[in-house]
Design a protein around this ligand. Structure first.
Ligand SMILES: [Zn+2]
Length: 408
């Protein structure tokens, strides 16, 4: 038996007036998910436990069968794992964004750009190297990542404070959050030094001359220690792999003991290599029991508030991921159980995530159930749920349902 979870990140949405009050998933032409859903089961899954932020980290951890209440330690340690940074138990990883800040009169600070103009990895590598040379100590180490996304590893104890994600403050004042760091001499000194190094760096001089946002500050957030997660093999006795373009997802996979398949041309956007991902999925199932496939584009288009593009991303997910994988499995003659779902909703009108339970379809190639008879969308899932109250309380139960076994 082969097991699959196919995730269209942020696919869920709210009814849109322009679509006659249908959601993008209802309006999109998704013949494969609709067919699988009609002859399979449909239910809602609560991927975000109460009190947790509706992030992709928490939601996908859930979908992998790990209760976030037990295993979520923060976003940064997952990204660190994807970047092959191994953390010791006394270390804490922080996400270190290169950002554009404006220092205004009266000590006010404004977040101009959480991404420093989506600075290139080539430019940021040099800036992070300069920060490591100038601010790196036995306690602080900077590790370069992709574009504006980097990691600071802190060894030993450090002054605690509440951190906030910079992308929640684009264009807004961040004085209060900024002052939380400034109140601790250790952080204040690090930020001050970093700003001085960045201010005079030729990369930033060149960016400003070209009319681009300079990376004139660092923003630390998403901190956490190494999660102590048993692997999927330890929990369920299965081997598997994970396919995604996104570091965060790869980090989850590493911690769950899955092998990470890097597909060339996987971009995390509409231009991603769908065919490569579908083929890699089928290939990996020849030697493994389980594969988790993550597609980022529906979420990105949701954040951008782009209706046409979000529908396109959903149709691509259906016709270029779900379809070819389903057909490939049928041709192989293998028995399989397949889940298609999303990690969370990213409504176009909100341009950010929400924590509502997500529609989930489960198809068994042996067709042991009579099938729900409904197409795959938010509306059908709610209807089924209201009648049967059979929603999954969390992702751990979802994994047990998929595998038809309890974890040890
Ligand atoms: Zn997500």
């Amino acid at each position: 038996m082969k097991y699959l979870i196919l995730v269209g990140d942020g696919m869920g949405d709210l009814p849109v007036a322009e679509l006659n009050h249908r959601t993008p998933l209802e309006a999109a032409h998704t013949p494969f998910m609709d067919t699988l859903c009609r002859s399979g089961e449909l239910f809602l899954t609560q991927t975000i436990p109460e009190g947790f932020p509706p992030g992709s980290d928490v939601a996908n951890l859930s979908l992998l069968g790990y209760r976030p209440e037990d295993y979520y330690t923060g976003r940064a340690p997952l990204e660190a794992a994807a970047m092959n940074i191994s953390l010791t138990p006394d270390q804490t990883a922080f996400r270190c964004n290169l950002v554009t800040l404006a220092h205004e009169p009266n000590q006010q600070v404004r977040m101009i750009d959480y991404s420093a103009g989506h600075i290139s990895s080539e430019e940021s590598r040099q800036l992070i190297a300069a920060l490591e040379a100038g601010c790196g100590t036995e306690f602080f180490h900077f590790h370069p990542g992709v574009s504006y996304r980097h990691i600071l590893v802190v060894t030993g104890r450090y002054p605690q404070m509440e951190t906030v994600p910079p992308h929640d403050f684009t264009g807004q004042e961040v004085t209060e959050a900024w002052n939380r760091y400034r109140n601790h001499p250790q952080w204040a000194e690090l930020l001050e030094k970093a700003m001085n190094i960045l201010a005079d760096h030729p990369i930033n001089t060149a960016r400003m001359a070209a009319g681009k946002n300079p990376a004139n500050g660092i923003w630390l957030w998403g901190e956490g220690k190494l999660p102590q997660m048993p692997t999927m093999t330890e929990r369920f006795g299965i081997s598997g792999s994970l396919i995604s373009a996104v570091d965060l997802l790869k980090g989850l996979g590493v911690n769950a003991g899955l092998s990470i398949i890097n597909v060339p041309g996987a971009t995390g956007y509409l231009d991603t290599n769908y065919n490569g991902k579908a083929q890699a999925t089928l290939e990996s199932l020849r030697d493994n029991d389980f594969v988790f496939v993550h597609v980022e584009a529906p979420d990105e288009t949701g954040h951008q508030g782009l209706l046409k593009e979000k529908i396109q991303a959903i149709e691509d997910f259906d016709q270029k991921i779900v379809g070819p994988i389903f057909q490939g499995l049928q041709e192989s003659g293998e028995e399989f159980r397949l889940i298609a779902t999303m990690d969370h909703h990213t409504p176009l009108c909100l341009r950010t995530h929400t924590a509502s339970p997500v529609p989930t379809l489960l198809y068994d190639s042996r067709k042991t159930d009579k099938g729900c008879g409904l197409p795959f969308n938010e509306h059908s899932a709610k209807t089924v749920d209201e009648h049967l109250h059979n929603g999954m309380a969390n992702g751990e139960l979802l994994m047990e349902k998929l595998l038809q076994r309890k974890h040890e």
